[in-house]
Design a protein around this ligand. Structure first.
Ligand code: URA
Length: 232
């Protein structure tokens, strides 16, 4: 995305673009040594599961038909001990090509939204409901969600996040097992396996819908307040 356009979007959301990261980031654990894709030793894994086997299982997964059309799986990326876990819908074209979540235009906006609340991508863990791209970016099918569900649950169990951001309607409805529209799900604290869940607009939607941008900022601030409260 063009820089000027990006700034325009953030301004429309009422976000100060160069908010110093120190404020909320100090409350994050400073564990840049636990970013996926490096060779650092792993810590705090459950006795029955670990990142290596989970990542290998996802990489070779053939549980649903998406394995035939994907370029590669998109496991997720970021801090394996993050307080914040972000869950989107599914990889798109760029994610499928690069093997990383949220790297297209929506991803750039998501990165800036995180930055506005004092978080870098490396501070959080970002993944999707589906680990493979649905053809033409169609909505996930029920059997695909079902096939991937175990991977998401195991990621959550390994990370033990303090908050989950459900990014967009599909992620929210899937995580919360509901058909409620996104407008009714935002502004509340839900739960997924006992972890608080806050719902936010999908950045791809925000790129198309200028009037919703301020609401997106409200959602992020609500998530910041929620995690602060839960930390006591
Ligand atoms: N949209 C998503 O929901 N996830 C991605 O990784 C990219 C775009």
């Amino acid at each position: 995305m063009d820089n000027a356009l990006r700034l325009q979007y953030l301004e429309a959301m009422g976000i100060d673009v160069w908010v110093p990261r120190a404020s909320t980031q100090n409350e994050q654990q400073e564990s840049s040594d636990s970013v996926i894709d490096n060779d650092e030793p792993e810590t705090q894994e459950s006795a029955t599961d670990n990142w290596d086997s989970l990542q290998a299982e996802v990489a070779h997964c053939t549980k649903c038909a998406l394995c035939a059309t994907r370029t590669q799986t998109v496991f997720g990326s970021g801090n394996k001990q993050a307080d914040w876990m972000l869950v989107g819908e599914a990889p798109g074209q760029h994610e499928d090509e690069q093997g990383l979540p949220f790297v297209g235009n929506a991803g750039l906006l998501l990165t800036e939204m995180l930055r506005a609340i004092g978080l870098a991508r490396e501070d959080v863990f970002i993944t999707n409901i589906l680990k493979c791209r649905p053809p033409n970016n169609r909505d996930p099918h029920a059997d695909e969600v079902e096939s991937c569900n175990d991977y998401l649950q195991r990621q959550q169990a390994l990370i033990k996040p303090k908050i989950i951001l459900a990014v967009g309607r599909i992620a929210a409805q899937t995580l919360l097992q509901t058909d409620e529209p996104l407008g009714r799900l935002r502004g509340k604290v839900h739960a997924f396996n006992n972890t608080p869940v806050v719902v936010v607009y999908h950045p791809a939607y925000l790129l198309r819908s200028l009037p919703e941008k301020r609401k997106a900022w409200q959602d992020l601030m609500y998530a910041v307040q929620t995690i602060k409260k839960n930390k006591g």
